[in-house]
Design a binder for this molecule. Structure first.
Ligand code: GUN
Length: 283
């Protein structure tokens, strides 16, 4: 069994981006990312702070906008519209989930697709489905990058994705399909889950339930990717996969923490730099 070390790979990617940004800076060009956080959800606060710190370390200008939980939808949309036309900003990210009184779909559609570094705008989702180049959601993109780094080609594999969220499951399904895998998508309503997971050469789990996937659900020699981040009562972080039992049965596995999580941030920075370069080229 080999560990897929997302932390090491993300450090390598961030280091390369830093070098690239230093060269861009010599030409007077600085990529910029705006991150909007509405409310005070502690997990979201942690993610947003981590994104901001990573931007600064990589030489990306970062603008963090925090808004009150009770802000109106219009105020949020107006803020996005200002960022859409702000020359210093090349990526806009609205941290999800948003408070219930705000229509998330409307918010995501207000970000111009050219600055949608999360890949959540319907235009970019459509491009992913049709297999055209676009901004791809950062977590599934990070998974693909890790597979590539370790020489794992999903073509022809039976892949099983557990979870059907817009952030992970659905884009993961499309990326693996585009890469030539045969996909089964499972979720909370799936019957006989184990029957499906046992067929998988590649199992991607993003369902948000601590240690849900156990060794008896995994085919011997499978590749197991754990997208879950769950905080246990003792404060420890754990994934959706029962790492200790599954690790001895599979060929590759991602740890939590240190697997997919750091890759998500690295891909956000990469998407931001890609976006900035497109803006600089069309100037
Ligand atoms: N909430 C959880 N993951 C993400 C993400 O990748 N992007 C945004 N915007 N919100 C999230």
């Amino acid at each position: 069994m080999q560990i897929l070390d997302g932390k090491a790979l993300s450090n390598k990617i961030k280091e390369n981006l830093k070098i690239e940004n230093e060269k861009l800076k010599e030409k007077g060009l600085i990529p910029g990312l705006a991150v909007i956080l509405v409310g005070e959800d502690p997990a979201s606060q942690t993610y947003v702070n981590s994104k901001e710190k990573s931007c600064q370390a990589a030489g990306i200008y970062s603008k963090k906008i925090t808004m009150d939980e009770n802000i109106s939808e219009k105020e949020l949309l107006d803020t996005i519209k200002e960022l859409n036309i702000d020359d210093k900003i090349h990526g806009i990210l609205v941290q999800l989930p948003l408070p219930k009184h705000i229509n998330s779909a409307k918010v995501l559609e207000t970000i111009v697709p050219e600055k949608d570094v999360d890949g959540f705008h319907e235009y970019n989702v459509g491009k992913l489905v049709t297999g055209n180049e676009t901004f791809v959601p950062c977590t599934p993109l990070g998974v693909m990058k890790m597979l590539e780094e370790y020489g794992i080609n999903p073509t022809g594999m039976d892949a099983c994705v557990i979870g059907r969220s817009n952030i992970v499951g659905k884009p993961m399904m499309n990326l693996l399909l585009n890469a030539g895998a045969t996909i089964t998508v499972c979720h909370s309503k799936t019957k006989n889950l184990k029957e499906k997971t046992l067929q998988a050469d590649l199992l991607v789990v993003g369902i948000g339930k601590a240690n849900m996937v156990t060794a008896d659900m995994v085919k011997k020699g499978a590749i197991v990717i754990d997208v879950g981040i769950n905080r246990l009562e003792n404060g420890k972080l754990t994934g959706d996969v029962d790492f200790d039992s599954v690790a001895s049965k599979c060929s590759y596995i991602t740890p939590v923490p240190g697997g997919v999580g750091p890759m998500t941030i690295a891909m956000l920075l990469q998407n931001t730099v890609t976006s900035a370069k497109r803006f600089f080229e069309t100037k």
